[in-house]
Design a protein around this ligand. Structure first.
Ligand SMILES: Cc1cc2nc3c(=O)[nH]c(=O)nc-3n(C[C@H](O)[C@H](O)[C@H](O)COP(=O)(O)O)c2cc1C
Length: 241
């Protein structure tokens, strides 16, 4: 109930003891089949942090990792058919849960954290030396907080929650639920609004789709992510497909 992303962090390092506690909390996470098909890369090397434009003492990358299990299977003459989209999705799920368990533990220890979505485009073979069958899943930035932001708004529960069946909302419900987000546009400085208007942007949804998360940016992320998946040796189709 108190979660906030904290992006303002001091450069004070996080102690090794705390890092160990966070990692122990992370690996207690549930995981598909008991395989723990993920890896956690603790990043405190400034050369890597700088390369990725991160200004924080620590980052933890969660990788979907089928490599380690493949190695174990190979040592035991067990067949490896876990290089398809379902196995990858399951390993992504494992990685996300473990990383978020770390985020929650970090919050409980009064550390600040936030995620960075761009990690999905990371070439982890080049950047982190990862071998085949490893794909980036999530990146958590951690540090001692230098700010204490307010809770950020959420959509009302009824916009998110369904019971037993998915209740497709009508337009009026969508407008009601998104009214606060729509109002964010009216709060922009008139000069900013005028500049956006020259680009044909007259509301918050358009601003998000055309100015914040541009088609080029999102399509670029899609392309990079698919490239990363394929370069790691995963299939995007089932073997029979
Ligand atoms: C998958 C994912 C990707 C995110 N990527 C970024 C990011 O690249 N940069 C950033 O500053 N925050 C990022 N965030 C944090 C969100 O912006 C943040 O959770 C959201 O705005 C709600 O704010 P709150 O976490 O303070 O409640 C990401 C969060 C998630 C779950």
């Amino acid at each position: 109930m108190t979660h906030r992303s904290i992006r303002g962090l001091t450069d004070e390092p996080i102690s090794e003891e705390t890092i160990s506690r966070l990692l122990e909390a992370g690996v207690r996470a549930p995981n598909a089949g008991g395989f723990q098909n993920y890896a956690l890369v603790v990043i405190d090397d400034v050369r890597i942090l700088e390369k990725t434009d991160i200004e924080a003492p620590l980052a933890i990358a969660a990788l979907a990792d089928l490599h380690r299990t493949a190695r174990w299977f190979a040592l035991n003459d067990a067949p490896f058919h876990f290089d398809g989209p379902g196995s990858l999705a399951m390993a992504m799920w494992d990685a996300h849960i473990a990383l978020h368990q770390i985020a929650i533990a970090a919050g409980a220890l009064n550390l600040g954290t936030f995620y960075i979505g761009d990690v999905l485009a990371w070439d982890v073979r080049e950047l982190l030396g990862a071998p085949k069958h490893i794909v980036p899943a999530g990146l958590l930035i951690l540090g001692h907080p230098a700010e204490d932001p307010e809770l950020r708004p959420r959509l009302p529960l009824e916009a998110i929650v369904h019971r037993n069946v998915y209740d497709d909302p009508n337009d009026e419900a969508i407008r009601t639920w998104y009214a606060k987000k729509d109002a964010e546009f009216d709060e922009l400085e008139p000069a900013v609004q005028a500049e956006l208007a020259t680009l044909g942007i007259t509301n918050r949804a358009q601003e998000l789709a055309l100015d914040c998360y541009t088609p080029e940016m999102i399509v670029g992320l899609d392309e990079a992510h698919v490239r990363v998946i394929q370069a790691a040796g995963f299939r995007l189709r089932a073997r029979t497909g």
